[in-house]
Design a binder for this molecule. Structure first.
Ligand code: GLA
Length: 447
């Protein structure tokens, strides 16, 4: 019997003990680790993640009524009950069940069915929360797939990914579509290049001598609990609009840095030049931005800001846009190296791109954390070919590329330097430091 069979058997018994009936099906959605391409999906640029083995699993029976009952194997997460026809998702309240409600609502709005079927489910998860491995999107995706199945709808993986990317915004965070896309479109054994508008995914074959190791800084970062994430989204939007206006475009209609590039028909290098020509390095005040765009404070709120960024007074445009255009370029180079299209096909070049990506996230995008920088430094000194923060940042995990032959000594060195000296970290080492291979995407298992 495999580990996962035992795990599903356990969930089945827990479900039966709790609800006094047999479950009808399981739904799973994996977390992900992003190898390169951070904070650029919401600007329209391609990213390069892979699904991990850690996932969210729903053990479910459909209800004869419209009642939804969400319970969790972890008693820290309280039970939640509501009517499927009356979903209320407060913004900026990152309770675990609100993510599930996002997925449910997204599907219901899409299938537009009267008398929707509710369900009772026991939720189990192995993705460490607030660690940059996409535990919240996995919850959204799992709930969406469950709602689709319970209501006998049929949607493609691409539709599901699009719906989930959009409906996760109900919680208030303006993420891009990377997490939801890889959760649905992942394929065992391969990383993916995820492109947007339209959404598509392409296999990326990583050189076989490379292994990816994930290490958690143990600093929790919940992106929906602060406005840092949305401030970055807004800074990118403002940079887009100011450059669009300077080029005589109808700036209100251009919201993403990638759309601007398309309209201007320029290369990424030329976009970087445009950033340098347009912006000063010092932060911009709101007043200065309003003057540049020719709008009032109130108008700016509707053309460019989001609810939790209305009171932000200072925006960094030069640094943020420079990060996005250079990171977008690194993703393309990474993909070309993996495809063998660049002559210098060595994993050290891939590692260099990962290192530069981290430095750009740390210095230009300011989405790292001192402990995460410390961990990345330790990983690099312990033999990683490249190491960088992964996911939204401000804490959470680093991903390191390590030569297969060096993996054992790498793991030992990182354990000894980052985890062992701190009791709280040492206690969590099994779930905090592990090698990971590309896993499969979301699925339904009927019983
Ligand atoms: C979060 C978001 C993603 C992406 C990353 C940063 O995980 O959900 O869409 O923006 O942060 O790369």
């Amino acid at each position: 019997m495999t580990d996962s069979t035992t795990m599903y058997e356990n969930l089945r018994s827990q479900f039966t003990a709790k609800f006094n009936k047999e479950p009808e099906y399981f739904v799973r959605a994996p977390g992900r680790v992003n190898l390169i391409g951070e904070h650029i999906d919401y600007c329209g640029y391609s990213v390069l993640p892979m699904a991990i083995e850690q996932d969210v699993v729903f053990t479910v029976t459909n209800n004869a009524t419209s009642k939804i009952l969400l319970t969790n194997t972890n008693s820290q997460y309280k039970d939640f009950e509501c009517d499927i026809n009356n979903l209320n998702i407060p913004k900026d309240d990152p309770q675990w069940y609100n993510y599930a409600l996002c997925g449910i609502k997204g599907i219901l709005e899409h299938i537009k069915k009267d008398n929707s079927t509710g369900f009772t489910c026991l939720v189990d998860g192995t993705i460490p929360p607030s660690a940059g491995l996409s535990s919240s999107s996995a919850l959204v995706c799992c709930a969406a797939l469950t709602t689709m199945y319970a209501n006998k709808a049929s949607l493609t993986k691409k539709d599901l990914a699009d719906i989930c990317a959009h409906c996760e915004h109900y919680i208030g965070t303006e993420g891009g579509g990377m997490d939801q896309a890889i959760s649905f479109m992942a394929k065992q054994g391969t990383a993916k290049l995820i492109e947007f508008n339209p959404l598509r995914s392409t296999d990326v074959e990583i050189p076989c001598e490379a292994v990816f190791v994930i290490s958690n800084s143990c600093v929790q970062a919940n992106k929906a609990a602060t406005s840092s994430f949305n401030i970055r989204v807004v800074e990118c939007r403002l940079a887009t609009q100011i450059m669009a206006k300077s080029k005589g475009l109808e700036w209100r209609e251009v919201k993403k840095l990638a759309d601007l590039q398309l309209k201007l028909k320029l290369s990424l290098e030329q976009m970087l030049d445009l950033v340098q020509q347009t912006f000063h390095k010092e932060p911009y005040t709101k007043t200065e931005i309003c003057e540049l765009l020719g709008v009032t404070n109130e108008e700016l709120a509707t053309t460019s800001l989001s609810q939790n960024t209305l009171d932000v007074e200072v925006f960094k445009l030069y640094d943020r846009a420079s990060h996005v255009y250079s990171e977008a370029n690194r993703v393309l180079q990474f993909k070309m190296l993996c495809d063998g299209l660049l002559q210098d096909k060595t994993i050290s070049k891939l590692g260099e791109l990962m290192n530069t990506s981290h430095n750009s996230c740390r210095d230009l995008y300011e989405c790292s954390h001192p402990e995460l920088d410390n961990l990345v430094e330790i990983c690099r000194k312990s033999g990683a070919v490249g190491s960088r923060l992964t996911g939204a940042g401000w804490g959470g995990c680093a991903v390191s590329m390590v030569k297969a032959g060096d993996a054992v000594s790498f793991l030992a060195k990182v354990r000894d330097q980052y985890y062992k000296p701190h009791e709280d970290r040492a206690q969590k080492i099994l779930t905090s430091l592990f090698a990971s291979e590309p896993g499969p995407g979301a699925a339904i298992y009927t019983l």
